[in-house]
Ligand binder design. Sequence first.
Ligand code: CMC
Length: 425
Amino acid sequence: MNVERKTEEAILKIGDCEIKLPIITGTEGEKAIDIANLRKATGYVTIDPSFMNTAACYSQITYIDGERGVLRYRGIPIEDLVKLGSFTKVAYLLVNGHLPTPEQSRKFSHLLNINSLLHEDMRHFFDQFPRGAHPMHILSTMINALAAFYPNVDLMSLSEDIDASTARLISIVRTMAAVAYKKSIGEPIVYPRCDLKYCGNFLNMMFDSPVRPYTVRPEIERILNVLFILHADHEQNCSTTAVRTIGSAQVNLYATISAGMSALSGPLHGGANQEVITMLQQIANDGNISKFLQRAKDKNDPFRLMGFGHRVYKTYDPRARIIKHECEELFTQLNIEDPLLQVAREVEQAALTDEYFIERNLYPNIDFYSGLVYHAIGIPENMFTVMFALARLPGWIAHWKEMIGTHTRIVRPRQLYIGNAKSEL
Ligand code: CMC
């Protein structure tokens, strides 16, 4: 990746010594101080736990302006991409850097179709998990197992035939997710169909049954595409950083994606969408919103207002704004009356006018309203984070491909040792 180096420099003074550090400017004018050679020149490292201020890589995939609430994939605003209504086209865009031509689209659909079947021998694995196992745990294990079923995939062939690898992963993981769900409720699994598109196929595999045939409703298929597009990438979030870190050791793609999946399952990351619904139900049962806000503000109470706050957005998350609108529309179209939507509106209103949340720029994030949509279209709560994971797959693959393509060295941060000094036995 060619990075234009401008002549601007920062000067760091340590004692009597002055060091010049190059300043690099991003496409949108963001500035970064390049410290890659600092230790070599001075013996000093920089310290930044949790990466509050560290750009860990150069990237051409996604741009976020957290102060203005901007999100773009490959330069295209998220608001325009949702109008496309096709998650698979956006997946192609993220991985390849451009939207597919009609011919590329046709080929990609074909790849999705032929890669949608799960290896029959893998079906038996699902029987070994305990009935109540969380689908995220099942899925991350099963993705890791793919390496055993496709042992011939090496890094170079994967990155050269990236369309086939992307199609295999996003198609087969979707099938696995539906199988994990069917197993968890003791119903026969439903095979993918070649006449259905990506999201419609997923809905059918989840909800069709020999005794209760399912018809995919276009409104539901559309909103699922929208939700998946909004979740498809979010630059260097925790799971993507896990993917880049693990991938930098040249681990196979499946193990790498499985690591991303595990990172996503945490309640501070993708697991938050499930927590939001649990929280809204608690608030609805209790009826006292201010009590919950009080708890969220109390530093001695581990409770947080789930679906609120973000490391990057210091304004309303643009994805949350779209989902809130889509959620309201869907409920009207399908005549759904879910009291939790009203609770969510009231919690949002109360938090956005509360000093604590105002001072800290805490706004609803993507997870605040997405769970309500999943709830409305019949997705069980323990599958919410799986939905996030399915949608995030193209982002992980795009970052993995970019990382492999730039010949990044193995990720290996330094530390500042503050333990015991050398001592006697
Ligand atoms: N409820 C109450 N207080 C909060 C919340 C919240 N949801 N979020 C942040 N704060 C407070 C936090 O206590 C801290 O206060 P103080 O400055 O007095 O110590 C301040 O706001 C800054 O928070 P932080 O934890 O330092 O911020 P962070 O950037 O490390 O964490 C976050 C970001 C998303 C983990 C956090 O806001 C959070 O825990 N939110 C709830 C979980 C959630 O909704 N997660 C989904 C994130 S979006 C989807 C995704 O990326 O996966």
